[in-house]
Ligand binder design. Structure first.
Ligand SMILES: NC(=O)c1ccc[n+]([C@@H]2O[C@H](COP(=O)([O-])OP(=O)(O)OC[C@H]3O[C@@H](n4cnc5c(N)ncnc54)[C@H](O)[C@@H]3O)[C@@H](O)[C@H]2O)c1
Length: 488
């Protein structure tokens, strides 16, 4: 059936539309690209020529293939030229009024059998469909940026989409060499609904002074193994876009997790939008951070589970640990806050928590009593054993787990609501975000009980409903299920 899409219209040839047009043309499909006016059309042609030109320069396309691809794209400023298209996908700006006006026109112009698709990231596909006389033929086809490179396409069907259409559009996406994930019409679909709340949570931790911008970015990159830290990613996506998506999520859910952190709103209002405006959380003109402090030694005592192994690493680096009474720094290896240990120590101000995350990062947690020079000395010790220190406050689950576990919890709730399958959620997050593992693979890797316990600790500290373990997670742990792979 996907073979019936032989001529495709693309409306709006900006960042996404030009890339989408290229995807169809590469798959041998005739494309009619429509822009709002002659100048925008010239820009759109430029995007197509530049993108395919880069592919030739990188040896991914031959000159002949490039000419064929460009030859399949007809450019116009008249929507009327879409009368015979089998499918029209729009990629005009993310403004509901623009989309509604456009779909009203397309509905009038396009043949009755044509499918009308939107590349919207966050608007309601149902609402867009309802503006037409053919709501059953309207669907979401959400590509990722850059469209020619990113393999994921979220196909969004509504309650009134014709039976079988989502499957046909998913087949079409496969014909483009993409991996489709088919879901219903919920704000943010899969990727944005899981990604943006995590990014927002990182902003909340920054706002609360749990760790610094660079500490959080480093912890999530080196500790959680993500391709990019949350603030670098917010800058890449655009703070304004992120704020908009969060607002749409919040309007639908009224969940505090989706309420944009004030620090995000403040930056958007100040015009600090991210890379496109020269800076967001990171500034383009910002002085290069001073090189990290040198590793340093001091009289150290090591406590806690895993303390012996850490003491052995210090010893291998030439530093013997001492009894607590003689120590300038007392490090307590722990995955939970350490302040409870402080009253039992001769010098509570010398205590820091140390949480090793993966094999590259150690979170260095200062309690309310820890002296700043003690925290710095502990960071020096961490460097001495070849790890990157991430200074943070002594809060439940510190940094990496505090960000990771609620994201995994969101994925469990999404699956439990019947919105998407576990495989589709994993695929969407791997392909859409470049993660090595999807959330369910990650849950299995970490252990369901570990994540459940971490969430309980977060909930006990902050009392935010979204931090309470998802009922399904509680039930699986209670039933002794160790892995989502063991479920039918
Ligand atoms: N940028 C991303 O990373 C990204 C990713 C996925 C989805 N999206 C979605 O894709 C859509 C487009 O985003 P973008 O980033 O490509 O925007 P953009 O601003 O780069 O491009 C929009 C284009 O639409 C054109 N346009 C506006 N009104 C038009 C009309 N009536 N007829 C024809 N052309 C018209 C503009 O001239 C512009 O070239 C939005 O819905 C957005 O949410 C964006």
């Amino acid at each position: 059936m996907a073979g019936s899409f032989e001529t495709v219209g693309v409306v709006g040839l900006g960042t996404m539309g030009a890339g989408i047009a290229e995807c169809f043309a590469r798959a041998g499909i005739a494309v009619i690209g429509v822009e709002a006016g002659p100048e925008a059309l010239t820009r759109g042609r430029g995007h197509l020529e530049d993108s395919t030109g880069r592919a030739v320069a990188k040896g991914r396309l031959s000159e002949a293939e490039r000419s064929e691809i460009l030859g399949r794209v007809t450019l116009t400023v008249s929507l009327e030229d879409l009368a015979d298209a089998d499918l029209v996908i729009e990629a005009v700006p993310e403004v509901m009024d623009f989309k509604r006006a456009l779909f009203t026109d397309l509905d009038r112009i396009c043949k009755p059998s044509a499918v009308l698709a939107t590349n919207t990231s966050s608007l309601s596909v149902t609402e867009i469909a309802a503006t037409t006389g053919r709501p059953g033929r309207v669907i979401g086809m959400h590509f990722f940026n850059p469209a020619p490179v990113m393999r994921l396409v979220e196909v969004i069907h509504t309650l009134i989409t014709d039976d079988g259409l989502a499957g046909e559009v998913a087949d079409l996406a496969r014909r483009l060499g993409k991996t489709p994930v088919t879901v219903g019409d919920r704000a943010g679909f899969v990727v944005n609904r899981l990604l943006l709340p995590y990014l927002n949570h990182a902003a909340v931790l920054l706002e609360n002074g749990v760790a610094t911008r660079d500490g959080i970015d480093t912890a999530m990159r080196l500790g959680a193994g993500l391709p990019m830290g949350p603030f670098a990613l917010l800058d890449l996506i655009g703070l304004d876009t992120s704020y908009e998506v969060l607002s749409v999520l919040f309007r639908e859910s009224h969940d505090r997790r989706h309420a944009a952190a004030p620090i995000l709103r403040e930056r958007v209002a100040a015009g600090l939008l991210g890379r496109k405006s020269g800076g967001g959380f990171h500034r383009a003109s910002e002085p290069v951070a001073p090189t990290a402090d040198e590793p340093s030694a001091c009289l150290v005592a090591v406590l806690g589970e895993g303390g012996d192994a850490f003491a052995a690493r210090l010893s291998a680096a030439g530093l013997k640990s001492v009894p607590v009474e003689d120590a300038e720094v007392v490090v307590a290896l722990s995955s939970v806050p350490v302040v409870e240990l402080a009253p039992g120590l001769p010098h509570p101000e010398r205590l820091v928590g140390l949480h090793l995350v993966g094999d590259q990062v150690a979170e260095v947690a200062s309690t309310a009593l820890t002296g700043p020079e003690v925290a710095r000395a502990a960071e020096g010790l961490v460097r001495l054993v070849g790890l990157v220190p991430v200074p943070c406050r002594d809060r439940a689950e510190f940094v990496v787990d505090a960000l990771l576990y609620p994201y995994l919890n969101d994925a469990v709730r999404m699956y439990d609501s019947g919105y998407a399958t576990r495989d589709d959620i994993d695929t969407a997050m791997r392909l859409g975000c470049g993660y090595q593992t999807g959330p369910f693979e990650k849950l299995d890797e970490l252990g369901l009980e570990t994540v459940r316990d971490g969430l309980r600790a977060l909930y006990a500290e902050y009392r935010e409903p979204f931090l309470a373990p998802a009922p399904l997670l509680e039930q699986l742990v209670a039933a002794g299920v160790r892995s989502f792979r063991d479920l039918p």
